[in-house]
Design a protein around this ligand. Sequence first.
Ligand code: PLP
Length: 391
Amino acid sequence: MTAGFDKKALVIKVQGGEVSCDFAQQTTPGVSRLKPYQPGKPISELARELGLDEKAIVKLASNENPLGPSEKVVATLQSECADLARYPDGSGYQLKQALAAKLSVDPQGITLGNGSNDVLDLIVRAWVSPGDEVVFSEHAFAVYPISTLAASGQPVQVPAKDYGHDLVAMAAAITDKTRVVFIANPNNPTGNWLDRDALKTFLQSVPERVLVVLDEAYCEYIDHPDYPNGLDWLADYPNLVVTRTFSKIYGLASLRVGYSVSSVAIAEVLNRVRQPFNVNSFALAAAVAALADEDYVARSKAMNTDGLRQLEQGLDVLGLSYIPSLGNFITFDTGHNGEQVYQTLLKRGVIVRPVTGYGLPAHLRVSVGTPEENQAFLDALPAALSEVAAL
Ligand SMILES: *Cc1c(COP(=O)(O)O)cnc(C)c1O
């Protein structure tokens, strides 16, 4: 018996006959509608393609912390190596204790994930059966439709209002089949945000049987008096889940660690579906150290606030409009084909993020970097725009 591969189909030849098995056609209905997530282009990849030194490349494409990791985290990771051969603490006891103390929440309501994306996925896996509806906004974070389709749920994408969540329309989109509503505050890739009154009114209008996931990946950057802390509502809304991450202000994107805070009942369900050791020892230890390094967090926040101003002013000077952002990134209108501007910036060693896949073909998202990185982007942009205009 011999077996031969043709691109998608596995053809198994059995004595005399042939059994053809096209695996791409045999996925679950949701998976057949999925496209792979498009991450920011890695520095190493562009360096290879252009034959450039990695140090000559500026990556402002994945909302990463431009400070690099906290020194305290690096020291912690070194000591963690001694236990490499052991499984991590599957309950994440120390990190949950540290988070509970910091956030004044019940540690039993905390669920840890391999990035907060893992927790978003666990929520869908636990509550969304094939055909169940999941509501989110147009231009919202890509992981919501990915997790929904992976579970063969039905994504219900509600048209955005001024690039942001239209909460009235989202509430109206809830049906008997709705299991989960995702809200990113602020949203990625648009950066815009919802104030306390708007979100509270929304929460009041959602039936208690529908889970509301409030994704607060960027909350630690924000001081605005009208920006709500979702944790304040957990006691009043047992259907609320607040998710956060160590990938952004805490500077641990590579280690993958995030969490949700919810009722204990919801956390107990999530604990059933998660992989037994979904967060590794390095991530657990690093997160505890990062949480304690308040100086690093303060520096990250200050650099971001200044960087947002720098990028806004630079875009103003170029006469480019942008969506006001409270995150660590800004999405701006190139006035051209965004993909072409992106490609032209790549040739100049600057990686930003196209957002065509988010329904924003003329926009690009730029993450806040160091002052020098922001300037390198602002310096490269006018020539890139002229080049595209001349195409
Ligand atoms: C970056 C981001 C996250 C974080 O994802 P991790 O898996 O924790 O790295 C979650 N939600 C949104 C909206 C984000 O932009």
